[in-house]
Design a binder for this molecule. Structure first.
Ligand code: MG
Length: 218
């Protein structure tokens, strides 16, 4: 087997976890955020989703500019963009927890000379929190859907990933909690792991010759 050069991490359900993650089954991990927001605006979940619907969906792959998306949703909810932004930020902060063990594993792998990167679908207001500068520091490439106008599982985003990694597809290992996001990657020759938890991931990494070493010295 070819030696892996770079390990790419998904964010939602992998580097950032929620209570809603039914890991590996593609759980709706942003549900907590939407429940929180719906409650704040005194709506049931269905009418909440109706209020954010198109601008939210179009934001994930940049089909609508940030200001327009936030303004439209704020108008629908009869609030201001500023208040809406503040609440959304709070909702993401409250509902997501950094997977610290995985972060520390990623940095250990970096010490072992593996590249570590991020490939994540976010919209403008989740990006501010979940893939903030602080949360992506040390990772390269960092590919976020709402910045580039492509989202998973569009084949093009994986082609972009390969270009940005500047290595062969077979030397890239991509970790995501949703199997449908892994499919196109596999098709292009990228190696993949379906994330179901930190322990399972460490075991699966070993299959690719990647070890979670405590004190690695070169
Ligand atoms: Mg995910």
């Amino acid at each position: 087997m070819k030696k892996m050069k770079i390990i790419i991490f998904d964010v939602g359900g992998v580097l950032q976890l929620t209570d809603y993650d039914d890991i590996g089954k593609g759980g709706h991990h942003v549900l907590g955020v939407h429940e929180y927001m719906a409650k704040k605006y005194k709506k049931d979940l269905d009418s909440w989703f109706d209020s954010i619907d198109t601008p939210y969906a179009k934001s994930i792959d940049k089909k609508i500019p940030r200001i327009k998306a936030i303004k439209t949703i704020a108008n629908n909810l009869k609030t201001t963009p500023k208040k809406l932004t503040k609440l959304f930020h709070r909702a993401y902060k409250k509902n997501f927890k950094k997977n610290r063990k995985l972060y520390s594993l990623a940095f250990k792998l970096k010490k072992q000379k593996y590249g570590v990167g991020i490939l994540s679908d976010q919209w403008y207001l989740s990006q501010d929190i979940l893939t903030s500068k602080k949360n992506v520091a040390g990772f390269s490439p960092v590919i976020i859907s709402c910045n580039i106008g492509l989202r998973k599982p569009d084949l093009k985003i994986y082609k972009l990933l390969i270009r940005k990694c500047k290595c062969k597809a077979e030397e890239i290992l991509f970790i995501d909690n949703r199997y449908w996001n892994l499919k196109p990657a596999k098709k292009l020759g990228i190696k993949t792991i379906l994330f179901k938890g930190n322990k399972q991931l460490i075991k699966d990494l070993e299959k690719f010759g990647i070890k979670n070493k405590r004190n690695h010295k070169n």
